[in-house]
Write a new protein. Structure first.
Lengths: 124, 124, 124
């Protein structure tokens, strides 16, 4: 953990933009939490036209869902949300109005990485 | 929010069926919660044969996962589940026996849309 | 429920390996919980090169996310995590160092399968 899943319309991102976004997401998570980059996972999914709808109509919106350990304080979580939203717009040119960012908290005891259960946050 | 992700076997849905499902999911969420359609996100993912298994065997089932704000009462959540399940069967012809619908609740403070943190439900 | 979603680099899994993984995931969930195999859902998603990053660099890691009913005791959840992690390595040859397994708990009242709300665990 964390695992960030990015969903965006096919054609919005090219290879070098994905590399830049992955580096920035990793940096933002590190800056907010101190988690070493080697634990930060980022995945990208392209949605072809006609597979994403807002208000029942085809839409070019993007979504970033982050799965993080339970127990970060509100300021940390909202810093991540804000930094991700602003960075995405800066890197991709897509306006923030077309972006939805969510964090999902999971107790560390529900995650195993490299064969070991994840340690809980000390401020749990 | 909300974000509904629909997973179905490749070939089950065509373009016009996806349009109809997106409109119906948006309407069902609005009818149950009063949320304006412009906040309702719907994504579709096709699973090729051999990528979905039930009981360890390839299966033509579909799954709808909805990410919603934490704090809806039980009646509202179960109305959404029931309406989605029945509507899916009506629109696609796929029997309810082959459909799994789940809701996932997330505190509003963990979501940013269009650059703003989502407001909590007043009955939180 | 449960729903297991497996994300792996394109080319790691072939058709027969997916069949074997689906059977093993189903067995592991049954052994730990007693849930009949006909309720165990497994999906596979291939990620092309350049769509998965760790530490900001393209990575061949895999992720297994399991959505389960809320209320399993810690020993049961960690048995599932451990068994999945070791089985994945045995079946695919991918080292555990490249695998992340997480469980996500959802109250039974938030899931409808085959038109019926899922029963809560008796030890809830």
């Amino acid at each position: 953990m964390p695992i960030y899943q990015c969903f965006s319309p096919e054609g919005l991102l090219d290879e070098s933009t994905r590399v830049k976004l992955a580096a920035e997401i990793t940096r933002i998570h590190y800056d907010a939490t101190g988690i070493p980059p080697s634990f930060v996972n980022v995945m990208f999914f392209d949605l072809p036209h006609g597979r994403y709808f807002v208000a029942g109509r085809p839409s070019p919106h993007s979504v970033v869902n982050g799965a993080i350990r339970f127990g970060r304080d509100l300021a940390t979580r909202q810093r991540i949300l804000r930094d991700l939203s602003q960075m995405w717009t800066r890197v991709t040119g897509q306006p923030e109005e077309e972006l939805l960012v969510t964090l999902w908290e999971n107790p560390a005891e529900n995650a195993m990485e490299a064969g070991s259960i994840f340690p809980a946050l000390s401020n749990d």
